[in-house]
Design a protein around this ligand. Structure first.
Ligand code: NI
Length: 256
């Protein structure tokens, strides 16, 4: 059984054939999916998918790209969404200095406010962090985000930072990137951290694994991610599936 902890099936890339893609998932080994919001609109879309499909759950939150949405009104809207059935996390939230570093203060403020909200609602967080390792770790520690825990998604930092995040109470999200030849750091991270702290994710439609790199991603391709994690850890693929599935249930506090 496979648990995709991070997907965006509401994305335009699925507009032409969304129902068919999701029907194919129902027939596969993929048993649970969390569709993740990146702003107020896509958070609502995520809730809608979770209401429509039994095996979908939703995360609601605002990505650093849309940090300006996180004002008083935005926070009360996210708070109301957190009360909806099948909302299991606040995310994706965090810092992204790859695309924009000039608004770092705005991003930090949005990140902190949503961490505080997650603590108030007692929901785990989904952290997006790119080229912002130090500020991210500082904020997670200063605002005691480990109290609710969650995942550092699409993990792209060093094994040392992964271990630090795990110690704080976070899981490490691993997806298609681990299959890329040049993903040396991520492969090392997977080797070093315990399987009990890894969760699977697609971030689809983005980040399809090899041999589909550059194409539209889907949870079906997680088989390739499982295979690579199994190879790196020298274990069986079924063990990777079962353990990461349990990890995800525990992380999102979902009863199976
Ligand atoms: Ni994402």
């Amino acid at each position: 059984m496979i648990f995709d902890t991070h997907a965006h099936y509401d994305d335009d890339a699925f507009d032409g054939d969304r129902d068919k893609v999701i029907d194919d998932l129902i027939k596969s080994d993929v048993r649970k999916i969390v569709n993740v919001g990146a702003n107020l609109a896509t958070s609502l879309n995520s809730i809608e998918l979770a209401h429509k499909y039994d095996f979908f759950y939703a995360a609601v939150g605002v990505h650093p790209d849309d940090a300006l949405e996180v004002n008083d009104e935005g926070i009360s809207k996210i708070r109301a969404m957190c009360e909806e059935k099948k909302v299991v996390a606040v995310g994706e939230i965090g810092l992204d200095y790859y695309w924009n570093k000039d608004n770092a203060e705005v991003q930090k403020n949005a990140f902190i406010r949503q961490i505080e909200l997650a603590k108030e609602m007692n929901l785990p967080i989904i952290v997006h962090s790119r080229e912002a390792a130090k500020d991210t770790m500082d904020i997670l520690s200063e605002y005691a985000a480990g109290k609710v825990g969650g995942v550092v998604h699409c993990f792209s930092y060093s094994p040392e930072i992964a271990l630090e995040a795990v110690k704080m109470g976070f899981y490490i999200g691993v997806g298609g990137v681990v299959t890329f030849k040049n993903a040396k750091k991520l492969k090392e991270t997977v080797e070093i951290i315990p399987l009990e702290k890894i969760v699977l994710e697609t971030d689809c439609p983005y980040l399809a694994p090899t041999p589909f790199r550059g194409e539209r991603n889907s949870s079906l391709f997680l088989e390739y991610v499982v295979e690579e994690i199994a190879r790196l850890k020298g274990i069986d693929g079924n063990e990777v599936k079962e353990v990461t599935y349990q990890n995800a249930l525990e992380m999102y506090k979902i009863k199976d």
